[in-house]
Design a protein around this ligand. Structure first.
Ligand SMILES: [Ca+2]
Length: 306
């Protein structure tokens, strides 16, 4: 129940309802897949007290329903495969450990890009990958097949650093604003003689403005050799470069949304260029950094030098 409803409005709510729009649903099997067990989740919500939200308890009660669907030969969504990321960059080798939530949910996989079937090789424990490839996997349970999951693994030699790790630079990035409407963030160019300032981290104009571009330039500090992940959140779009490589492409006209890219870097300083473009309406620009073996966190001035 929406928190904004007062007692009178709450008293008028009769129940919950789920709707299907089927213009992109090609057949009955797909309709069943989209509806089950989603319909159970809707019922769970409708019949539960407002403060009761226990997903693990719901999951435990789900299995007999999935068994019933399978007996009736109703297609349905199987609990999601775990352990596969869509894109992974690695230097020497990557280890993948896939898990299916239910004990009798079998996993099959292929490494040549072909569609996994029930007779494809069975997954039995962690797999070490030492070359670039596409891993596709699927789960099977009581005659029902899951959708196909795909992970692209890319082996990369770490990019050589432009400056050694012990070089001292001032924290932050050089920031240049261009008051002009650009079609895309990648089109933002700085007119000759434009003044620049220093920003600790990439961020939009304050207060909010319309029709401008920002360019952040400097170096990124990689404390160790390894794979780094960069996530940008932007409205409208942005593109993030390390050296010549476009690591994150979050360009276009859109509301705030994230995009992530990975790159293998040698320890040291790497040239960085981050382009942002705002048209109108809302605006946002944030950068998160994940160093090798660490959790992703917001960028800090010490991550950069200029
Ligand atoms: Ca906008």
């Amino acid at each position: 129940m929406p928190a904004a409803f007062d007692a009178d409005q709450r008293a008028r709510v009769r129940g919950v309802q789920g709707n299907f729009w089927t213009e992109y649903i090609a057949n009955a099997a797909r309709l069943q897949f989209m509806g089950f067990p989603r319909a159970l989740a809707l019922a769970e919500r409708g019949w539960s007290a407002e403060d009761v939200k226990d997903f693990s308890h719901f999951q435990a009660r789900l299995t007999p329903h999935l068994d019933r669907y399978a007996r009736m030969k109703w297609n349905h969504h199987l609990p999601a495969l775990q352990g596969l990321t869509e894109r992974a960059v690695f230097i020497d080798a990557a280890t993948v450990d896939l898990k299916a939530p239910l004990p009798d949910q079998a996993i099959t996989y292929t490494l040549d890009g072909s569609l996994p079937t029930a007779s494809s090789p069975r997954w039995n424990g962690p797999l070490t990958i030492d070359r670039s490839l596409t891993l596709r996997a699927r789960t099977f349970r009581k005659g029902i097949a899951s959708e196909v999951y795909e992970g692209r693994f890319t082996r990369e030699a770490p990019l050589k650093a432009a400056l050694a790790p012990d070089v001292r630079l001032s924290p932050g990035l050089k920031r240049t604003k261009v008051s002009q409407r650009f079609e895309l963030a990648k089109d933002v160019v700085i007119p000759a003689g434009s003044p620049s300032t220093v920003a600790s981290v990439p961020a939009p104009e304050s207060p909010r403005a319309d029709n401008y571009g920002l360019v952040f330039e400097g170096h990124f500090y990689a404390p160790v050799t390894g794979v780094y992940a960069f996530t940008t959140h932007s409205d409208d779009g942005d593109v993030f470069f390390i050296g010549d490589r476009r690591v994150v492409d979050n360009d276009g006209s859109h509301g705030e949304k994230p995009a992530t890219g990975q790159i293998a870097l040698q320890a040291g300083w790497h040239p960085l260029r981050h382009l942002y473009r705002q048209l109108g309406g809302g605006q946002a620009l944030r950068l998160d950094i994940q160093r090798p073996g660490e959790a992703s966190r917001p960028a800090r001035a010490e991550d950069f030098g200029h």
